[in-house]
Design a protein around this ligand. Structure first.
Ligand SMILES: [Zn+2]
Length: 573
C-alpha cells in the first residue's frame, strides 16, 4: 500500500513538473499570478497563513527552477528563507494631543487635524510634556548641496514642524536658489521617511509634517489611512536612534492656525524656507501628548534562491520582487475583503521565477545570481530594509539590483521606464538592452511623486548599491500610449491598493516575456562582467558606494572600462 502510494505520488509530481516545463513562459507566469493572487492566499500579508502559503509556493518554484537555497544558515545548512523579525505597534484608543499657544490650548483630533503614528522608538507609552515647537523649514541637512535648515541649532527635546518635499518643488525659488535640489523631481530629502530619520538623529522629541496635497502627491485621506493604524518596522538594536517618540502629519489648516497664533504668516515662513539662509523659527507654542500602545514582534520572511558564480561567487547580481500584499481589510462596495495583489506584486514574482528558470537553464555566470523575494514591502519596504541591514551576500560586492514591482499584462510595449528619477549606469545598460528589442526609454512622467523611494530597490540604493525598479512600458504595440495610459489610469483609480487588484482571464503576458528577456540580458551581462557600474557623480548615493570601493579591489571609484564584446549586445557603448 505504502509503496504503491509513494510511486503514485512520485508519478504525479513528475507529471506536474514536466507539465510546467512544457508550458510557455507566458503561460507559466500567468499560472503564478493566478495562483498567488487567488482568494485562498488572503492577500499575502506578513505573518499570516497567506504568507506561509506564498513561502511554500516560492520554495517549490525556486527548487523546480533549479536554484539553490540562499537564505539564513541554520545548523550549517542554507535555508530558502531569511527570517525578518518585525516590530508591530498600535495605539490603544486615540492619542490625546494638545497644542498650547499664546491664544490658549487646542486639542488635535487623531485623523482630522493630526495623524500620529503609533510609537516605533521601542516604547509602548507616548508621553510628551510641554515640548517646544520650532519650524525647521524642510527639515533638511544636505552637506553635498551646501544646505542646512538647522544652522547648528540644538533641537533636542523639541518638536520640529517641517514641510513635505524639498525646496525645489515650488519652483518659485529665487534664481540663485533654483536647482539646488535638482528641480521638480523629488530628492530623498523630500520624503517623509527622511524627515523622521533626520529628526531622530538630532534627538528631537518629534516631528509634525505639514500636509499639502501637491508636494506630498497624495491627499489627507492617504496620510490618515497609512498613519493611524498598525505601524511596522524591522526590529532594530536601537530603535530610538531611528524614530523620535512622536512622528506625525498635520493638516495645512492646523499649521496655518499655529503660525497665526505665533503672530507669523505660514506662506512667508515657507518662502523663507526655500532660501539657503533660512534659520529655524520659534513657534512660541508647546505640545503635550499621551497615549498607550500595544507592541509585539512578529516574523515575516524573505525568500532567497541563488545560482553560485563559477569565477567570483562572492560577487552578486540580485533580482528582487516583493511577494507580500495588503492582506484582508474592511469590505468594499461589493463586500470584497481580500486585497489580492495580482498586479502588485504577483506579476513581479512571476517574472522573478521565470528569470530564475532562464538563468538555471543557461551556463553558470562568473558572478553569483541571487533571486530575492522580499516580504513586508507594503508595510514600508521592510523585507528589503531588513536584508540590507543583514545582508546574506556582501553589499559592497553586489554589482546591481534589478527590481520588479507591478508589471504590464497588456502585451508588448515599444518602451520601458523605471520608478522615479535616477542617474546610474545600470539604467544605461537597460537602455542598451532595450535597443536590441527596438524599445526606447521613457522617464517617469511624475518624478516629483518620489517613485524612486517607493519600492524595494531603494533600501539598496540608500546603502550605495546600484539598484532600479524596472517598469513595463505604456506605449503598447497594440493600441499605443492612448491605450496604455487609459489602462494605467483605470488601474490607479479602481485597483491600485484596492480589493479589485485581481487576476483577469484574457490578460496578455507576452509583454512580460519580453520584459523578462530584457532584464535577463542586463543581469547576465553584469554577472559575466568585471565591471562595477556606479551612480552618476551628482547622485546622493554615489559617496556611499565610493566609500566601499576598496572592498571591490578597485583603486579608484571609477568604473573600469567594459570590454567590447560582440556576443553581449546588451553592454554599454
Ligand atoms: Zn508593490
Amino acid at each position: 500500500m505504502i509503496r504503491s502510494a509513494l510511486l503514485l505520488l512520485a508519478a504525479t509530481a513528475l507529471t506536474a513538473a514536466s507539465a510546467t516545463a512544457q508550458q510557455s513562459p507566458a503561460a507559466r507566469m500567468e499560472q503564478t499570478v493566478k495562483t498567488i493572487s487567488a482568494d485562498s492566499y488572503q492577500g499575502r500579508a506578513p505573518a499570516t497563513t497567506g504568507e506561509r502559503m506564498t513561502v511554500d509556493y516560492l520554495t517549490r518554484e525556486f527548487r523546480a527552477a533549479g536554484l539553490q537555497p540562499g537564505g539564513d544558515v541554520v545548523n550549517g545548512r542554507r535555508q530558502w528563507t531569511q527570517s525578518v523579525p518585525l516590530l508591530q505597534s498600535a495605539f490603544v484608543g486615540d492619542p490625546a494631543v494638545t497644542l498650547q499657544t499664546a491664544r490658549g490650548s487646542t486639542r488635535l483630533t487623531q485623523g482630522y487635524e493630526i495623524a500620529v503614528r503609533s510609537p516605533m522608538n521601542g516604547s509602548n507609552q507616548l508621553r510628551i510634556n510641554g515640548a517646544p515647537l520650532i519650524f525647521a523649514g524642510y527639515g533638511t541637512s544636505a552637506p553635498e548641496r551646501q544646505w542646512d535648515d538647522f544652522k547648528n541649532q540644538d533641537v533636542r527635546g523639541k518638536i520640529l514642524v517641517v514641510l513635505i518635499n524639498d525646496p525645489d518643488f515650488e519652483g518659485t525659488a529665487s534664481d540663485d536658489q533654483r536647482g539646488d535640489f535638482g528641480g521638480k523631481a523629488m530628492t530623498y530629502y523630500g520624503r517623509w521617511t527622511y524627515k523622521y530619520e533626520e529628526a531622530a538623529k538630532r534627538g528631537a522629541a518629534g516631528v509634525m509634517i505639514v500636509h499639502e496635497t501637491e508636494p506630498a502627491s497624495y491627499g489627507w485621506n492617504t496620510v490618515k489611512n497609512s498613519n493611524t493604524n498598525t505601524m511596522f518596522d524591522i526590529v532594530r538594536q536601537d530603535p530610538s536612534a531611528r524614530h523620535t517618540p512622536f512622528e506625525s502629519w498635520i493638516t495645512l489648516d492646523t499649521a496655518r492656525k499655529l503660525f497665526v497664533d505665533a503672530g507669523l504668516n505660514f506662506d512667508q515662513a515657507k518662502a523663507a524656507a526655500r532660501r539657503r539662509d533660512f534659520r529655524p523659527i520659534d513657534l512660541k507654542a508647546t505640545l503635550g501628548a499621551t497615549a498607550n500602545a500595544q507592541t509585539q514582534t512578529i516574523t515575516s520572511y524573505n525568500m532567497v534562491g541563488m545560482l553560485p558564480g563559477k569565477r567570483r561567487p562572492d560577487e552578486t547580481v540580485i533580482y528582487s520582487a516583493h511577494h507580500d500584499h495588503i492582506g484582508v481589510g474592511a469590505p468594499d462596495a461589493n463586500g470584497d475583503t481580500i486585497y489580492n495583489g495580482a498586479i502588485d506584486n504577483a506579476t513581479g514574482i512571476a517574472q522573478l521565477i521565470e528569470q530564475a528558470r532562464m538563468f538555471a537553464r543557461a551556463p553558470r555566470t562568473d558572478r553569483s545570481v541571487v533571486f530575492l523575494a522580499v516580504g513586508a514591502e507594503e508595510k514600508g519596504l521592510l523585507g528589503s530594509e531588513y536584508y540590507v541591514a543583514n545582508p546574506l551576500f556582501p553589499l559592497s560586492k553586489t554589482a546591481g539590483v534589478l527590481n520588479t514591482d507591478s508589471m504590464g499584462v497588456n502585451g508588448p510595449a515599444r518602451n520601458f521606464s523605471i520608478s522615479g528619477t535616477a542617474r546610474l549606469e545600470l539604467l544605461d545598460r537597460m537602455i542598451a538592452a532595450a535597443r536590441t528589442q527596438n524599445r526606447s526609454f521613457t522617464p517617469d512622467p511624475r518624478p516629483e511623486a518620489g517613485g524612486f523611494f517607493r519600492s524595494d530597490h531603494f533600501p539598496f540604493a540608500k546603502q550605495g548599491v546600484p539598484a532600479v525598479s524596472f517598469r513595463s512600458g505604456n506605449d503598447l504595440v497594440n493600441g499605443g500610449s492612448a491605450r496604455g495610459e487609459a489602462i494605467s489610469a483605470e488601474y490607479t483609480a479602481k485597483r491600485y491598493h484596492q480589493q479589485d487588484d485581481e487576476y483577469q482571464p484574457g490578460w496578455d503576458f507576452s509583454g512580460m516575456v519580453q520584459d523578462a528577456q530584457l532584464l535577463h540580458l542586463v543581469g547576465r551581462n553584469l554577472a559575466d562582467s568585471t565591471a562595477w557600474p556606479n551612480w552618476s557623480a551628482d547622485s546622493e548615493f554615489r559617496a556611499t558606494r565610493d566609500a566601499t570601493a576598496a572592498e571591490r579591489g578597485a583603486q579608484a571609484p571609477a568604473t573600469p572600462a567594459e570590454p567590447a564584446a560582440a556576443t553581449s549586445p546588451g553592454e554599454r557603448g
